[in-house]
Design a protein around this ligand. Sequence first.
Ligand code: AMP
Ligand code: MG
Length: 706
Amino acid sequence: MSSFDRVLVVDWSANATPKLGADSIWIGSAGAGAVPPQNIPTRRACMDVLRTEIAAACAAGQRMLVAFDIGFGFPRGFAAHLTGRAEALAVWDWLAERIKDDARNANNRFEVAAQINRLFPGTGPFWGRPNGHDLPDLPAKGTAREGHGLAELRDTEALCAGAHPMWKLYTTGSVGSQSLLGQAHLAALRAEFGDALSVWPMERREAPVVLVETYLSLIDPAVKQAQAGYACKDAAQVDLLARAFAKADMVQLMDVSAAPETLREEGWILGAGHAAHLLEVLEPAPLTPPRLRNDCFAMPQGVDWVPVDEALSRLRAALHPLTAEENVAVSQAGGRILSQDLVARRANPPAANSAVDGYGFAQTSLQGGGPYTLPLVAGRAAAGQPFEGAVSHGYTIRILTGAILPEGVDTVVLEEDCASDGARVAFDGPIKPRINTRKAGEDVVAGTSFLPAGRRLTPADLALASALGVGRVKVHRHLRVGVLSTGDELLADPNSDAQPHQIFDANRPMLLEIARKWGHRPVDLGHMPDDPERIAAALDNGARECDVILTSGGASAGDEDHVSHLLREKGNLSSWRIALKPGRPLALALWQGVPVLGLPGNPVAAFVCTLIFGRPALSLMAGCGWQEPQGFLVAAAFAKTKKPGRREYLRARLDAEGRAEVFASEGSGRISGLSWAEGLVELPDGAATIQPGTMVRYVPLSSFGL
Ligand code: AMP
Ligand code: MG
């Protein structure tokens, strides 16, 4: 049996009253015409939905799989003793004649089970009933049974960890109750649809619609991961299992040639023994992109000072996205980066509707230039409450904003422009065709790709995706950014008492917070004294826990610059001397394949280097592409003469006139200036003379994502 065009998975229920929500009936669908999981209050209503679906599939010439989370058979020996035939389907018919289950779920399953127990020797096999529901032949406890002569489990259940026995009628996993009721309903369905339906694996007929039993817990790991995106666990189970069946290798799944002889009698769980395959088709093992090449940061021989722009384009060329993808619910996806384009499952709006409250009609009903009077039809069309009938030519109907245009309506007049006595509506002309209406798909057409891979999802994107029926999205896993400080002089805890030669670690909290603000996952790698072995151990740890490591301090070529020594020895260090102020060399290396950006120790230089180089580099590695900050030309509020050679970034902010003022001191140890600044003024690589009023490039911190 090959693949199916459409798959339904039904989480059935034995509830004795109508019920919605967790532990009630859910239908998941996948393939042609799939819709989000449907919740249905009663078994009768569920069967009606299935009848409609089956008839529709048959009419459309589609093959459909309908899977139920119940047992289709009982342990061997049961069918023959009960019906004279060792066949599960004979039990279905036996039950269909005796089970009563009304439109509000009231049913006699316990009585029928007691009746069956009387037909078997000893006590049992069925057990479990509500307190106070006293049936002498139906023990309340499983341990009270003896001598009925039947096995506890079916052969197929041995392959499904945690499967409950078919004999259990009450409390958690009362698969027995669900199956008694389910088999009776399915017997009726078989009788109705005849050859169009076959039951697997008991009937080996090819039929358009195949009924199977399955076990929802087969895919528990996937359900656990995805559950937050669904109304409840049952909804996640039916949706995911339907998707899995739609994608799975059905030939393999339905091959029961190796199964025991008892198939026709006991049935078989579709998917039993194939959980790994189902999980794999649901969420293919994430592909982790290849690591960076060892020589990716190498500078050509003889290059001494590198201009900022050249350093940026070299960095861009050296890097690529490093994170695998994962599947998340749209509600959880704000700020995440798409790893695949999003495609609209549905149009917006899905159907033509009214843009205002008013009266709708066919525009061709209007004769002459107006004023017009049209008779009003009974009823109204409102959002969520469509008018079922058609509006005849020459008539008008009350219509509210968002209501689907009823058949016969293409134009709406505003309520405020009308007079009505309840039987007629009068208004002035002229009225343009289709005025005050919205066309189906006028915003977005179904099937269009509406957001590209690499996009960081905004709040508005979540609205758009939801409106277009996209409930789950593939995104990049978070980029894990390790932050390590080095230096003998550093003290981690600002609360501790410092010796005069000690300073508090300022870079680490700053860099961790920057990484977090950029939407990455900050990983605190602590601070290490200038001790090569300890720094190496911290980098080892970072290489295990992170996708990229930022270090600060010890990055130039001085005696105490252990980070660069170490990276030169073991990490393919490439020290880039960048023509940038503030900022000394940027150390770029790979530690066990993980990129390391060695930032200057000076907090101001560390900050500027992180914004200029770290931001686009991390963004690219995170899957969001290379990001260039947007700057603005503004008048300077300061004077400065700059020599050629190095690009300069000054701590700046806009004054009351919108001119850029700069921090009083350019000293790179002045952390207070960083706090004071709201942006950076960028002075070009060449010489420059700035007077108050000269236009300079100002880049607000918000342009750097801060
Ligand atoms: P280095 O790059 O190690 O030569 O350090 C340059 C300057 O930055 C020195 O004055 C260091 O004390 C200072 N420094 C290094 N790391 C930090 C840090 N994490 N927090 C504050 N200052 C630092
Ligand atoms: Mg140092």
